[in-house]
Design a protein around this ligand. Structure first.
Ligand SMILES: Cc1cc2nc3c(=O)[nH]c(=O)nc-3n(C[C@H](O)[C@H](O)[C@H](O)COP(=O)(O)OP(=O)(O)OC[C@H]3O[C@@H](n4cnc5c(N)ncnc54)[C@H](O)[C@@H]3O)c2cc1C
Length: 404
């Protein structure tokens, strides 16, 4: 089967790999000059099957009245998705996908010998008794889903993360030993090489202008040239909507912007490097802190709409403050790199996986704040359904129909 994949973020690269692995002739179109150059570039790096997509209402930032008004339908859908039965079904579906995804990521890691600064271990930090009380609902869900976890006290947190600042406000934490951190971009670059070995053709600086659905669907490139395939898979992240609207598909997909700060860890002669050993989430502040090789990365923020080009100073300052609060003096901040990226976000949480409704066109988009966690599982689903086989999970909560 000849398959076009549009977009080479983590969704596109993993999809291309799975399709090539099952023997498809894959062509990937990426408008940028490298893989994982957009949302998959420098996110928090957290792979958290046990803590997937907490429901956070994005900030409206300094959006003017009219622009805020344009987002009312999206916010209305977000609010409706908070009804207990819908919320529970979406959470469960996401957790199952995340679980499969982690298993697949581990399989690929072992089989291909991938090295992407991965470290196991995630602490969901609870700052005080109030956080601990609020965490009881999460603990009950983890128990119900059979996710291995442990509620640990401050002393155990410090044993697990000895670099925590003496004054760090740690009261307790949920320890998820199977979750952890990894560098999404490095993983994508290495899996791209594996996909190429299997014959996948990556065309960089190759934007797709349009899609023609049908028994032999096609893509139209930037020069207006049409190319025919047997299937087209859209993995265009936050930019998927303009490709899909002409097909009559209006996905409520919006960018939710966040930031990251990545800095080298201080090197002290004869001493182990300070900073985190693996991954931490400061739940109350909505911030992640993780080790990536010899660097530390803090990431957070969730502003609805806007543009990645407009970089604000305050969200970055906040990341520095929280990094210092948890791991004082660990980072060489004068050498830090700043990044702002757009999470491709649907209002109810799960991504859209599977048929688009337009003949020959398939979707793997809208993974929001958990695209790295969900990538390998989502790609597997796509490869199965494009081949006409049953998906490994129930796709009802991931269908495009739920958004109509
Ligand atoms: C600040 C931040 C922190 C995050 N932290 C985490 C985390 O800790 N854990 C986690 O699991 N997830 C995290 N995420 C979410 C995760 O990074 C995203 O969900 C994921 O990267 C989305 O991948 P994608 O492939 O769908 O999109 P992208 O990586 O954006 O890829 C889409 C690609 O499509 C290309 N494209 C678009 N239109 C076209 C076109 N017309 N023709 C050709 N190419 C096209 C783009 O150039 C782009 O390369 C974070 C995101 C952000 C922004």
């Amino acid at each position: 089967m000849r398959v076009a994949v549009i977009g080479a973020g983590i969704a596109g690269v993993t999809t291309a790999y799975e399709l090539a692995r099952q023997g498809d002739e894959v062509t990937v179109y990426e408008r940028g000059s490298s893989v994982a150059g957009e949302a998959s570039f420098a996110g928090g790096g957290i792979v958290a099957a046990g803590h997937v997509a907490p429901r956070v209402l994005p900030d409206l930032g300094d959006m003017g009245g009219l622009r805020a008004l344009a987002h009312v339908p999206w916010l209305w859908r977000w609010w409706r998705a908070g009804r207990p039965a819908v919320l529970a079904a979406n959470r469960r579906a996401l957790q199952q996908l995340a679980h499969d995804s982690r298993e697949r990521m581990l399989e690929l890691t072992r089989a291909q010998g991938l090295e992407y600064e991965q470290e196991p271990g995630l602490l969901v930090l609870l700052r005080d008794e109030r956080d601990l009380k609020a965490a009881h609902a999460t603990l009950a869900l983890l128990a119900e889903w059979g996710v291995p976890h442990e509620l640990v006290d401050a002393a155990r947190c410090r044993a697990l993360e000895p670099g925590l600042a003496e004054s760090a406000p740690v009261h307790a934490a949920i320890h998820l030993a199977q979750d952890g951190v990894g560098n999404c971009r490095l993983f994508a670059q290495q899996l791209k090489t594996q996909a190429q070995r299997l014959g996948a053709d990556f065309r960089l600086d190759a934007a797709v202008r349009g899609i023609t659905p049908g028994a032999h669907p096609g893509v139209v490139d930037d020069d207006g040239q049409a190319h025919e395939f047997d299937a087209v898979v859209v993995c265009a992240g936050a930019q998927a909507a303009p490709l899909l609207t002409p097909l009559g598909l209006r996905l409520p997909l919006l960018p939710v912007h966040g930031y990251s700060v990545t800095a080298p860890l201080r090197h002290l002669d004869g001493l182990p490097r300070p900073g985190p050993r693996a991954a931490l989430i400061d739940e109350r502040m909505g911030v992640t802190i993780a080790r990536l090789g010899q660097r530390v990365r803090a990431s957070g923020g969730a502003v609805l709409g806007g543009s990645a080009a407009k970089v604000e100073v305050e969200p970055l300052r906040r990341l520095y403050r929280l990094l210092e609060e948890w791991f004082d003096g660990a980072a060489v901040t004068r050498e830090a790199q700043h990044w702002k990226g757009a999470q491709p976000t649907l209002p109810d949480g799960p991504p859209v996986l599977g048929a688009s409704g337009a003949p020959g066109v398939w979707l793997n988009v809208g993974h929001g704040a958990s695209g790295w966690t969900l990538a390998c599982g989502s790609a597997r689903v796509l490869a199965e359904v494009v081949a006409g086989r049953a998906a490994p999970i129930d796709l009802e909560r991931f269908s495009v129909a739920r958004l109509k």
